[in-house]
Design a protein around this ligand. Structure first.
Ligand SMILES: *Cc1c(COP(=O)(O)O)cnc(C)c1O
Length: 372
């Protein structure tokens, strides 16, 4: 019996253990420790920003980022329908209204045509979410945003080390966010960060993540915040992970290349787009969409792959098809055929950094067998 290949396997072979041991040795384990500032500074450098504010995860990073924009209640925020629930949740929790946009059938990212059609007199912001390894085609959307005076929230959770026309992902929002979950290119176990160039906004983000304690009267509050403070232990991991980021990007691109070689010419699937005129794929995950003539869907494909010892994950489920949002009356009149289709026919193969070439070959072979 061959072993199971998990969908994600992190690689922690740099200075992670040493920096963690330093936290334990010095007793600096809380959010007051010195690795926090180092991690924030390093991530801000990676993303080309002035300020980084470390938080407990990428979802709360979005919550705080959207809240910090201070938009009036009931204002509309345009989001891709093909994304993680965190994006819609952040909008709804801030008292705002999510409006969905379909994705491009090739890159799976939100399109400028979709965004343009979704703008109404109540629109105040666009949430850009880069999906699975290729950035959103930003320039035309940013031009639209300027024209309509809309704020930009950029969710770069899957894009550490990726660029758009040479500029780092994470550098494009009024606020931009990252996640450091174990399947992200930089991981701290759990963790997130909010980035901005705006000094006042950065102060506000720091206050919001720290319960809005006040410097003069600590336990008197003018506003409700979050305890979203990252620990020094997590930041220590993050600093070590950033040291490895160039290698991580290289490994991910190699993973994409290897899968492409194994799967070239295989009928019945759409593979990830390797490059566009604005970016080369960074393969956060190696994702597959089944063609319509394949007589089963992603769920069945994943079941068959699991039987062969291959771990997979389904694609995101559309926001406009989420029971929780529909019950709340959001996104009721929306239909987004491309996103609806890939949500049902898409899944991803093992894509972790510790994956061996033999495991990639075995995963690709298993996919070929279930399609044959
Ligand atoms: C992972 C992810 C998040 C959420 O990050 P967590 O740290 O898991 O909360 C948000 N947005 C996108 C696009 C993600 O991939």
């Amino acid at each position: 019996m061959t072993s199971f290949i998990p969908v994600n396997t992190p690689l922690l072979d740099g200075n992670e253990a040493e920096y963690l041991a330093e936290c334990v040795r010095t007793g600096w384990i809380s959010s007051e420790g010195p690795f926090i500032k180092r991690f924030e500074t390093e991530m801000a450098r990676v993303a080309g920003r002035r300020h980084g504010v470390a938080v407990t995860n990428g979802s709360v990073a979005l919550d705080i980022a959207v809240h910090a924009l201070g938009l009036e209640p009931g204002a509309e925020v345009i989001i891709p329908t093909f994304t993680i629930i965190s994006c819609a949740a952040a909008v709804v929790r801030a008292g705002l209204v999510p409006v969905g946009v379909d994705c491009d059938p090739g890159t799976w990212n939100m399109t400028v045509e979709g965004v343009e059609a979704a703008i109404t007199p109540r629109t105040r912001a666009i949430m850009l979410v880069h999906i699975y390894g290729l950035p959103v085609d930003l320039d035309p959307i940013l031009t639209l945003a300027r024209k309509h005076d809309l704020k930009i929230v950029e969710d770069a959770a899957e894009m550490h080390g990726q660029t758009y026309r040479g500029a780092p992902c994470g550098s494009f929002g009024d606020v931009s966010t990252f996640s450091f979950y174990p399947n992200k290119h930089v991981t701290t176990g759990e963790g997130g960060m909010i980035l901005t160039d705006d000094d006042a906004l950065s102060d506000r983000l720091q206050s919001l993540r720290n319960l809005c304690f006040q410097p003069q009267q600590r336990f008197v509050h003018e506003e409700l915040g979050w305890n979203a403070r990252m620990t020094n232990l997590q930041a220590a991991l993050g600093v070590a992970q950033i040291e490895q980021l160039p290698r991580t990007v290289e490994l991910k691109r190699k993973l994409g290349r290897l899968y492409d070689e194994h799967l070239e010419g295989v009928a019945g699937i759409r593979r990830p787009v390797a490059r566009t005129n604005y970016a080369d794929n960074i393969y956060w995950v190696y994702a597959i969409v089944l063609d319509d003539d394949v007589p089963f869907d992603a769920k069945e494909a994943m079941r068959r792959l699991a039987e062969k010892g291959i771990g997979t994950r389904p694609f995101f489920w559309c926001m406009h098809e989420q029971p929780v949002l529909r019950r709340m009356g959001y996104m009721l009149d929306e239909a987004h055929p491309h996103a609806e289709r890939i949500a049902r026919r898409g899944f991803y193969l093992p894509s972790g950094l510790a994956l061996t070439e033999a495991e990639i070959a075995r995963s690709a072979q298993a996919l070929k067998e279930i399609l044959a």
